[in-house]
Design a protein around this ligand. Sequence first.
Ligand code: 5GP
Ligand code: ZN
Length: 118
Amino acid sequence: MKRMTDAHCIFCRIVAGEIPAERVFEDEHCLAFRDLHPQAPVHLLVIPKEHIASHAHAAADHTPLLGHLMAAVASLARSERLDRGYRVVGNTGPDGGQTVDHLHLHLLGGRAMGWPPG
Ligand code: 5GP
Ligand code: ZN
């Protein structure tokens, strides 16, 4: 049977309320909270409530969920008043710089971003 949560996963524990976080939005499928170590004036993490280890682990039947996460990011950018734009980052795997193995999108804004990323 497919595992929906991982008891050892820090983000699953945030979803469950076992670890505190500054939650800014949630619905049935996703949760957004402020990053503990913000890299911009606005730095939110948007995650599925279901445990998916990374973007690379998403299955075909997760496609609506992935779209839902992107739509949530756009909505959060509006509520955070990021009128000048923002950046969405999905670090994936070791070369992608992923440090927490639960799929998440970073929403970064409130300053101009550099390119290329590090
Ligand atoms: P990654 O490096 O995997 O793309 O992003 C993981 C992010 O999670 C990092 O930006 C890190 O600061 C954030 N983070 C790690 N642990 C916690 C935590 O316990 N609470 C919150 N709010 N953010 C966390
Ligand atoms: Zn998890």
